[in-house]
Each structure stands twice: as structure tokens, then as C-alpha cells.
Ligand binder design. Structure first.
Ligand SMILES: *[C@@H]1O[C@H](CO)[C@@H](O)[C@H](O)[C@H]1NC(C)=O
Ligand SMILES: *[C@@H]1O[C@H](CO)[C@@H](O)[C@H](O)[C@H]1NC(C)=O
Ligand SMILES: *[C@@H]1O[C@H](CO)[C@@H](O)[C@H](O)[C@H]1NC(C)=O
Ligand SMILES: *[C@@H]1O[C@H](CO)[C@@H](O)[C@H](O)[C@H]1NC(C)=O
Length: 487
């Protein structure tokens, strides 16, 4: 029973995304069993990370300045005189010392900044919803429409994205997730991933006034200057590789520019966060994170110029990847563990390693990663951004909301149109001037991406060869029923 309740809850941990339209064709039996060569193979059930536990985050109360009454003020006249002088001096001082003073003015500043630098979001799950809702048949899917008025998008709590709202949100670049469920591991994960990559490309081709598929820093910058949204591909989960570095290279050649090392399942070569019991050392922490083959995957990603994404990875996997990677890593959609102890979030010791590595943590808006419960505010998200800034540094924080893959959003950040609201709220704090906001919005990710490209160039010049390592056969034991593996 508890398992069932946990499973239902954990649909909110991205372990399974919604299924509104019935699947086409007969693929899946009642209990997720899949038939293969006449033999029923039971997919390992996905278990989500624990995220319903309460964190210790608290929104900062905004104090009001007490007014001082001077007791030695003898006469009313003198008091009035002092007040008049005070107002006379105070008003111009206030006007001069602060920048924009209203939310509206801060929004204007943010809109100007986002014309200068692209707002880059690290993770959006729209492609999976397109699969579930319209089976990737997008010729009649109008992405320019207000999807809040089109079924089944309108009634889904998992839908937060359409072109009008991306435009209102001034999104400059979006990493679209080529996600396939862990249930496809050792089955058709590679094929499904290829289909999701095809979808992301066709979505851009069908909406050329708004989207341009790009694969480089230069591509992001040029597309942003041209007033379109740079579309990038991120493969979510090492299970998509089918344990093959050839598949990794092929994903890169198709345009994928990051791969999340795991989703909510362990692969044969990397542990996911589901098994984690938090940042405090435990027997789990001695568990190998990345196997030797996993380390080879990271090296090959470095060589290709593909960003290593550690969202969903276990803490030992994070640490192994940070040790092995010669290029900065990313967390495409994770928040701060110190404020909400979901295993999907990044603990402080890892934040410090990310700073040393030159990487970035892109803050997820899912309320269960922000407050560890079903409600959160913009101020709560700001707390996570400020925490990562305080522990890792300003250069290492970004935004990876996770829209379309979450079903609880903070108040005020309900969909992709709301990013400017977040940035304008941040600017209430004098530590967030124009330079700092630009870094958070996109420049930090562009720097990481550029360094990853530079490692690729350096290794190309040094003629570093592709990794040909094969996964040891015993790693696949018990999973080979549906594989050819003949030669
Ligand atoms: C898509 O929706 C937009 C906005 O409602 C509309 O202007 C446009 O004509 C639609 N396109 C198609 C092909 O239906
Ligand atoms: C969507 O979210 C609202 C508010 O949390 C809730 O009342 C409603 O039941 C949800 N709908 C579904 C289909 O889960
Ligand atoms: C989070 O904190 C709660 C309460 O202290 C605890 O019960 C839970 O085990 C913690 N979860 C993790 C992943 O550390
Ligand atoms: C959610 O967590 C926040 C921060 O810990 C807290 O202020 C709020 O009351 C919680 N809300 C619910 C519904 O538990």
C-alpha cells in the first residue's frame, strides 16, 4: 500500500510523466509487462526519489523600518522643521541611491537585459508530453496556440509551455529534454530516444519564425540576436545509450549537447539518486557511483563536447563524475539540498566541488524540490538561487525550471512566461544588479558550454581517439533477454 502511495506521489518526482492519451498499438500489458519473443519480461518498476519530506527552508520575512521618535524634540515646530529637513534630504537620496524602485520598473530593466543576453533554461519536458498527448504527430499540433485553451493540454497540470508564453517569458534558449522512461531500459530506449530527438528537430522546423535548432554557443548567440529561441537537445538518462558509446557518439552527431548520466534508475554503469540517503556519509556513499565504463562515458562526452549533466545522479556518481570530467559539468534541473533535502537536489559539499570544477547548478522550480511540499513562492526559489550563489559562487548558478515535467509550480512561476517575474524579484536585492542577473539568466551556462567546446577543440588538436571500450558482459547479466548481442 505504502509503495502505491509513494508511487503516486512520486509521479511528481519525474519518475513517470502523465499519460493522457491512450498509447497507440498494443505495447504494454496491465502491469507494465512487456512481451518480447513470447517471453514476458517484467520491467523494473521505477521508484522515485524521496521528496515529500519536509525541508528546513523558510522564506525570509521582510522587515519594516521602525520610525524613530526623538524624545528630546521639545516643540512641535522644531519637530516639524526636523521632519521637513529629513524629507527634503531623504527623498532625493532615496531616488539617487537605488535603481528601479517598483516591480514594474525592475521588469522593464529585466526585459532590456534579456534582449542583451539570452535567458537559457536547462530543462523542459514538452517533448514527452507531445508524445503522450499526440503521439509525436505534430503536423496538426499548433505550438503558436494558447495551449491553456486546447485539450488535453488545458486540463493537464503538467503543461506549462507554448510559443506565446515562451515569448512572454523572453526565453532565449531552451534545452528540450529527449526523455524516455526507465521502463524502456534494456528494451527500446535507444529507439524511443531517437524518436524524441526527431520530434525536437521537427518542432523547430515547423516553427521557423520562433525556434532554431542549435548545437553551439555561437548558435545560441546568433539565434538570440536574430530574435528567435535557440532550441537545444538534452538526452535525459544514461539508459538511453543502450550501454553503447557508439550510440553516445550518434546522439552527439544528431545534435544532443548534454546527457543526464541517469534518470530515476541505475544503469549498468552509474547509480541514480533514488538510492541516496542524503549528504551525510552512509554505507550508500561507499557504493560505487560510476563504474569504469561509466568513467569512460564521461571521458567520451568530454572528447565529443557534450555536457555531463548530473541531475538525478546519486551523490557518489556526482563525485565520481566531478573527479573524472576534464570539462565543467552541469546540473540541468536541480536545487539546493540544504534548503530541501530531496535526493534530487545538490548537497553543499558537491556545490563546492562544482565551483572548483567550473560547472553550474540550474535551479529547478518543482515545489517538492524547493520547499519539499506542494506549495512554494518566488521568494522560496530566490532562497535556493541565493544559497547556491553563497556556497558555490555567482558564476555557478543558473535556471532549469523543469516545466512540463512537473505538476506543482511555485505561486507566481506557473509557466514559462514567468521568468522575468523571478528576475525582477531578485533585483529587489541590491546584490542582484544587472551584471549578476545576466550571469544567472544565461551567461554562466554559456561560459560552461564554451569551456566544454574548448576541451573538445584541445582534444581534437591532440588527436585523442574515440573510446572503444565495451561494457563488460557480466554487467548486463539478467538483462539480455531482448538483446541480439550475437557478435
Ligand atoms: C495557430 O494558432 C494561432 C494562434 O491562435 C493562429 O493565429 C494560427 O492561425 C494557428 N495556426 C494554424 C495552422 O492553425
Ligand atoms: C491539478 O492541480 C489542481 C490544483 O493542485 C488540483 O486541484 C487538480 O486535481 C489537479 N488535476 C489533476 C488532473 O491532477
Ligand atoms: C529529510 O529530512 C527528513 C526530516 O528530517 C528525514 O526524515 C528524511 O529522511 C530526510 N531525507 C533525506 C533524503 O535525507
Ligand atoms: C511548505 O513549506 C514551507 C517552507 O518550509 C512552509 O512555509 C509551508 O507552510 C509548507 N506548506 C505546506 C502546505 O506544508
Amino acid at each position: 500500500m505504502l509503495c502505491y502511495i509513494l508511487f503516486v506521489f512520486q509521479t511528481t518526482c519525474l519518475s513517470e510523466l502523465p499519460d493522457v492519451a491512450p498509447p497507440l498499438g498494443l505495447v504494454r500489458g496491465q502491469n507494465g509487462s512487456v512481451r518480447c519473443n513470447g517471453r514476458p519480461v517484467h520491467c523494473q518498476p521505477d521508484s522515485g526519489s524521496s521528496c515529500s519530506s519536509k525541508g528546513n527552508s523558510s522564506a525570509e520575512g521582510k522587515g519594516t523600518m521602525p520610525t524613530k521618535v526623538k524624545p528630546w524634540c521639545v516643540g512641535l515646530g522644531i519637530c516639524l522643521l526636523f521632519s521637513a529637513v529629513g524629507v527634503g534630504l531623504g527623498v532625493p537620496f532615496a531616488l539617487n541611491s537605488s535603481g528601479p524602485s517598483t516591480h514594474q520598473e525592475r521588469l522593464e530593466v529585466v526585459r532590456r537585459l534579456l534582449r542583451e543576453v539570452p535567458l537559457i533554461d536547462g530543462h523542459n519536458d514538452l517533448p514527452w508530453n507531445v508524445r503522450k498527448f499526440v503521439h509525436n504527430q505534430i503536423l496538426h499540433f499548433n505550438f503558436s496556440a494558447d495551449l491553456m485553451k486546447v485539450e488535453p493540454w488545458a486540463r493537464s497540470n503538467w503543461s506549462h509551455t507554448d510559443l506565446p508564453r515562451l515569448r512572454r517569458g523572453m526565453v532565449g534558449a531552451q534545452f528540450w529534454s529527449a526523455y524516455v522512461p526507465c521502463g524502456a531500459q534494456y528494451l527500446d530506449a535507444v529507439q524511443l530516444t531517437l524518436e524524441q530527438i526527431d520530434l525536437i528537430k521537427r518542432l523547430a522546423e515547423l516553427n521557423p519564425d520562433h525556434l532554431t535548432l542549435v548545437t553551439s554557443v555561437k548558435g545560441v548567440q546568433e539565434t538570440h540576436r536574430a530574435g528567435r529561441i535557440a532550441s537545444l537537445i538534452g538526452v535525459e538518462g544514461g539508459h538511453s545509450l543502450g550501454n553503447s558509446l557508439a550510440v553516445l557518439r550518434t546522439f552527439y552527431s544528431l545534435g544532443a549537447r548534454y546527457m543526464t548520466v541517469t534518470h530515476t534508475c541505475d544503469t549498468a554503469w552509474a547509480d541514480c539518486s533514488v538510492g541516496d540517503r542524503g549528504a551525510t556519509p552512509s554505507p550508500d556513499d561507499r557504493k560505487p557511483g560510476l563504474s569504469d565504463f561509466g568513467k569512460a562515458v564521461v571521458r567520451e562526452m568530454n572528447r565529443l563536447g557534450m555536457m555531463v549533466d548530473l541531475s538525478h545522479a546519486s551523490v557518489p556518481t556526482m563525485k565520481d563524475a566531478l573527479t573524472v570530467s576534464k570539462a565543467p559539468v552541469i546540473f540541468s534541473h536541480s536545487s539546493a539540498f540544504a534548503l530541501c533535502n530531496s535526493t534530487r537536489n545538490v548537497p553543499d559539499d558537491v556545490l563546492k566541488l562544482v565551483a572548483l570544477n567550473g560547472g553550474i547548478v540550474m535551479v529547478n522550480f518543482y515545489t517538492y524540490f524547493i520547499t519539499c511540499n506542494s506549495s512554494a513562492s518566488i521568494a522560496d526559489v530566490v532562497d535556493h538561487i541565493n544559497h547556491i550563489r553563497a556556497v558555490a559562487g555567482l558564476e555557478h548558478v543558473g535556471i532549469g525550471a523543469g516545466y512540463d515535467g512537473i505538476n506543482y509550480t511555485p505561486q507566481g512561476l506557473e509557466d514559462v512566461s514567468k521568468y522575468p517575474q523571478l528576475l525582477a524579484t531578485l533585483m529587489e536585492d541590491p546584490r542582484w544588479g544587472e551584471t549578476e542577473v545576466k550571469q544567472l539568466a544565461g551567461l554562466n551556462l554559456l561560459r560552461v558550454f564554451q569551456e566544454v567546446e574548448q576541451v573538445r577543440e584541445k582534444w581534437r588538436l591532440a588527436a585523442v581517439m574515440p573510446v572503444e571500450e565495451l561494457i563488460p558482459a557480466n554487467y548486463l547479466e539478467g538483462h539480455t533477454d531482448c538483446m541480439y548481442l550475437g557478435s
